[in-house]
Design a protein around this ligand. Structure first.
Ligand SMILES: Nc1nc2c(ncn2[C@@H]2O[C@H](COP(=O)(O)OP(=O)(O)OP(=O)(O)O)[C@@H](O)[C@H]2O)c(=O)[nH]1
Ligand SMILES: Nc1ncnc2c1ncn2[C@@H]1O[C@H](COP(=O)(O)OP(=O)(O)OP(=O)(O)O)[C@@H](O)[C@H]1O
Length: 273
């Protein structure tokens, strides 16, 4: 007996539950990663159950018999994960592959191989065990992972395609391809800016480290009874810090280390420990 005779409402129930559960899980992943590493590779998460008309149209287009919708249509349950940067997409995919509550059936990388329309996204088709009131069912679901720029483009393109019912005029298609290119450039630009921001943060971290190790090194001079030197270096440090002269601090560090090393040579026994 075909799908037509069955109850759509109960057919869609496990998919609705799947979408709700996956949304919660990925939103939780977002907040957890944000707490752990001060930066979340996930910007936001959406999900939807495919509408009946859209399921029927797709079944017709892909020649899927109505009694095989569960296996034939892979995106009845769909989740979408938006990221700020292209690099985040790989990370999120890694986290998904490592999960124990789902299995990845296959992946489609439309970022390396974007579609002719200009569409870019990373797709994962998963098997998800969902516990209903009566039984455990394993359903297929689609996870789309994309940047904000990819999502912007795909949203506009989707609505235009819907408006023209797939028959986009040639010039429109060309302009969409061009804007997909522009979105891709935008993603690359943002990635390189991100690298620079991370470098700047690292530099700041390094400078902060120089200050603390230099102050500790100056303090060690007291252990070698070099009180006058310690006081002089402390004063010089004050000047260097005022000028934020980190190169000067590195030189000072080298000088003090040389002094300490020569003291060691004079009398290695005295200063151990
Ligand atoms: N906006 C937009 N979305 C797309 C495009 N191509 C694919 N998608 C999205 O990605 C999903 C999966 O597409 P595909 O990987 O091509 O797989 P499919 O479902 O077998 O094929 P089609 O639905 O026939 O494209 C679609 O259901 C859309 O949500 C595109 O050109 N533009
Ligand atoms: N995996 C997904 N997660 C969240 N939203 C999605 C997902 N896939 C599609 N959508 C959105 O659901 C709405 C309805 O899309 P629909 O499922 O009818 O078509 P589609 O997935 O774009 O195309 P197709 O029928 O070819 O699979 C659109 O706004 C679409 O952007």
């Amino acid at each position: 007996m075909g799908m037509d005779g069955r109850n759509w409402e109960t057919f869609l129930l496990p998919y609705e539950q799947t979408v709700e559960e996956l949304k919660v899980k990925f939103k939780t992943m977002r907040s957890e990663l944000k707490k752990r590493e001060e930066y979340a590779p996930i910007e936001f998460v959406t999900g939807r159950v495919k509408r009946i008309t859209s399921i029927l149209e797709k079944a017709e287009r892909l020649d899927v018999p109505l009694d095989n919708l569960e296996e034939g249509i892979e995106d009845i349950a769909g989740i979408r994960i938006m990221c700020q940067f292209v690099e985040d997409i790989r990370r999120v995919a890694e986290y998904i592959r490592a999960r124990k509550d789902l299995t990845v059936l296959y992946e489609k990388d439309y970022i390396t191989n974007y579609k002719e329309s200009g569409y870019r996204s990373f797709h994962m088709i998963i098997r998800y065990p969902v516990q209903t009131a009566l039984e455990q069912k394993i359903v297929l679901a689609e996870i789309q992972i994309r940047t904000l720029a990819m999502n912007f483009w795909a949203t506009i393109e989707h609505s235009l395609n819907y408006k023209y019912r797939g028959g986009l005029p040639g010039d429109m298609r060309l302009r969409l391809q061009k804007s997909a290119q522009a979105a891709s450039v935008l993603d690359s630009e943002m990635s390189s800016i991100r690298e620079e921001i991370l470098d700047a943060q690292k530099l700041f971290e390094d400078d902060a480290n120089i200050v603390s190790t230099l102050l500790k090194t100056i303090h060690r001079l007291y252990a070698y009874h070099l009180v006058a030197e310690a006081v002089a270096y402390q004063a010089k440090f004050g000047e260097l810090f005022q000028a934020r002269d980190f190169e000067g601090m590195k030189q000072m560090m080298a000088e003090i280390k040389a002094i300490i090393a020569s003291k060691h040579e004079e009398d290695p026994e005295e200063y151990e420990g």
